[in-house]
Design a protein around this ligand. Structure first.
Ligand SMILES: *Cc1c(COP(=O)(O)O)cnc(C)c1O
Length: 383
């Protein structure tokens, strides 16, 4: 299969169409070896020495994600957090980085409580406003701008192309956490990002049965080689079985994301003017702050994530979550099953999530069933 002449749907469905040379299997074997044979003359012509650094179990999944993001190289990690933190760990003490105020909470916590102790100067800003980014960036000193779009848990949209231009003019790289959009709806590298990150735990894996992360590079440069070294030396390496699960999950990526995205749009529209709902946060709603930018940089939908602010405050939100039957009360996102979560309870002090906010991860169930279940839950909570 030539990834340049077929659609991404075809790349995903056949995982690039690779065939195992030895067995002619259309599904790859799971390589579990931790070590590789050295040649008699002391060389390693296989290119592999030890599985903390390299594993043939990564090759096909990394090639698929590289093709879907139209990058040049990818690295699988043991989790989304391992992938994201590897980018920051490839920086040097004293480097200044910009990150959004609204972002995946666990990464924000790590940035403020650990990255700063290692000498990174971390500044959290309103990344949705290019003027704020332009004012905060320090030419020559800012080495990385980290963007998440749409961003947890308010689905704030950042203009990737505009932010990339500002970053590059100042000599900084732009990295985008594109977990929520997935490669189905957005290709940040084509908009100027240098690195795109996915919590592969979410849509790429898609079945709530593995923890994984991935980075894709636009260019295989010296910084990317440092990121590769961070993975090999710190050992945030994905397991062989998880690599296989990820590859299997990605075969249905396009079907799953399109279904979730279409249902999320329907659910957002249904509850946008609802007597028990204060507001619906979803980039696909015309009144949403980032809607126009989202329309430019996403195609085929606005994603499967939305939030609902319950009328009646925190108690009403928690009571609504308590009453769902089809939706599952759980953290995470991007699986086949729909999840609901009172986000402020999870994120704790400093969260940008209002107390009345329920985060919804729309799965691939029937959209009508999902709407009916939320309707009955809201009605009982507002009893
Ligand atoms: C889940 C998630 C992460 C972290 O991924 P893990 O696999 O849980 O470590 C990072 N960013 C976003 C947007 C996420 O949803």
């Amino acid at each position: 299969m030539n990834p340049k002449t077929v659609k991404p749907e075809s790349i995903a469905a056949q995982a690039l169409g690779w065939i195992d040379e030895q067995t002619r299997a259309v599904t790859p074997p799971i390589h579990v070896s931790s070590t590789y044979l050295r040649d008699p003359d002391n060389q390693y012509r296989s290119g592999r020495v030890y599985a903390r650094a390299d594993n043939p179990a990564f090759d096909q999944a990394e090639a698929v994600v590289t093709a879907l993001e139209q990058g040049t190289a990818a690295l699988l990690f043991a989790s989304g957090m391992a992938a994201a933190t590897a980018v920051f760990q490839a920086l040097s003490p004293g480097d200044h980085v910009l990150a959004p105020k609204v972002m995946y909470w666990s990464l924000r916590n790590w940035l403020m409580n650990f990255a700063t102790h290692w000498g990174l100067q971390v500044e959290l800003i309103d990344m949705a406003d290019p003027a704020v980014v332009r004012a905060a960036i320090r030419p020559g000193q800012t080495k990385l701008v980290w963007v998440e779009t749409p961003a947890n848990p308010l689905w704030t949209i950042t203009d990737i192309a505009a932010t990339a231009a500002i970053a590059h003019a100042a000599g900084a790289k732009l990295a985008v956490d594109s977990t929520v959009a997935s490669p189905v709806l957005s290709q940040p590298l084509l908009l100027g990002a240098d690195i795109v990150m996915h919590a592969a735990t979410k849509y790429l894996g898609g079945h709530s049965d593995l923890i994984a992360g991935v980075l894709v590079a636009r260019e295989n440069d010296a910084f990317w080689q440092r990121v590769r070294t961070v993975r090999a030396q710190l050992g945030g390496t994905l397991g062989s079985f998880e690599s296989f699960l990820l590859l299997r999950g990605m075969r249905t990526l396009y079907l799953r994301v399109r279904q979730a995205s279409a249902s999320a749009q329907r659910i957002a529209e249904h509850f946008a003017q609802h007597r028990h709902v204060e507001a619906v946060l979803y980039p696909g709603l015309p009144g949403f702050a980032g809607h126009e930018v989202a329309k430019r940089q996403m195609s085929g939908g606005f994603g499967g994530m939305l939030s609902i602010r319950a009328r009646g405050g925190e108690a009403a939100a928690i009571a609504t979550a308590a009453q769902v039957e089809l939706w599952k009360r759980a953290t995470s996102l991007g699986g086949t099953e729909s999840l609901v979560e009172h986000r402020a309870s999870v994120e704790g002090v400093g969260t940008p999530a209002p107390a009345d906010l329920l985060r919804l991860s729309v799965g691939i169930e029937d959209a009508g069933d999902l709407i009916n279940d939320l309707e009955q839950a809201l009605a009982r909570a507002h009893g």
